[in-house]
Ligand binder design. Structure first.
Ligand code: M1P
Length: 249
């Protein structure tokens, strides 16, 4: 194995460092910052935007301690707490295409019956649009109920297929976000996007993520030749796998 500081560990957030959309435990945060960081560089790669990531890391003072913070799949990139780069889906795709996507999505969502519908169905971020059939303002119990419903009915899978069919002539990707949403972003703006910033600086780049199956938002980076992929099942499993990899307690 390479010398410890030439190793970079990149972590997905939801399902890998935290329960979906929840805050990281003090124990895991302490492990990452005080036990892992002296042994390897550490970075976050999330599909979420910066405000959500900060919330899940329990504040900016914690987030800033990671060597790299890649939001929105790395298309929005922070290093040592400084914003280095941010791309825009609007410049990439143009108003007309994005409006067509939003109009189609709102039309599609208006025709489906779910256990609950709340607010904030379309969230426009710098580099992606997040579409959420139940609405992002749902509470935790409603989220949990949707997760079960979606697993039984394939609601998001069918929605992704409809979007892919309708917009097959664009260079946009439609992928399952976390548990309740669909991420829309330009081709190539998946999590592998962040690797261009770290590729030449490390002899080993390890990626830890839970959504590594095809269609999941960790699939591309997990399978990329520049990373060593680790599939995890929970934050506890992530800790165990890191301990084993670095031979630390
Ligand atoms: O895990 C990353 C995803 O987190 C959220 O997903 P959801 O609310 O569906 O669980 C979203 O921010 C999504 O964009 C992101 O990919």
């Amino acid at each position: 194995m390479a010398s410890k500081k030439s190793i970079l560990l990149l972590f997905d957030v939801d399902g890998t460092l935290t329960k979906p959309r929840q805050v990281i435990s003090a124990e895991l945060l302490n492990f990452l910052l005080n036990t892992v960081k002296p042994a390897a560089s550490i970075g976050l790669v999330s599909g979420s935007d910066y405000p959500k990531l900060v919330e899940q890391l329990n504040g900016e003072e914690n987030t800033n301690q990671f060597d790299y913070v890649f939001c929105e799949n790395g298309v929005v990139f922070y290093k040592n707490s400084e914003l280095m780069k941010s791309e825009s889906i609007l410049s990439f795709a143009g108003e007309s295409t994005l409006q067509s996507v939003i109009n189609f999505a709102l039309g599609y969502m208006s025709k489906i019956q779910l256990p609950a519908k709340r607010g904030n169905f379309v969230e426009f971020r710098s580099s992606m649009i997040n579409i959420c059939p139940i609405g992002r303002s749902c509470c935790q119990a409603e989220r949990d109920e949707f997760v079960k419903f979606d697993a039984q009915n394939g609601t998001r899978k069918k929605f992704v297929e409809a979007l892919q069919k309708e917009f097959s002539d664009t260079k946009l990707c439609f992928a399952l976000g976390g548990q309740i949403s669909i991420d829309v972003y330009p081709e190539g703006w998946d999590k592998t996007y962040c690797l261009q910033y770290v590729d030449n600086d490390f002899s080993e780049i390890h990626f830890f993520g839970d959504k590594t199956m095809q269609g999941g938002n960790d699939y591309e980076i997990y399978n990329d030749s520049r990373t060593i992929g680790h599939k995890v099942t929970s934050p506890e499993d992530t800790k165990r796998q890191v301990q084993e990899l670095l031979n630390i307690e």
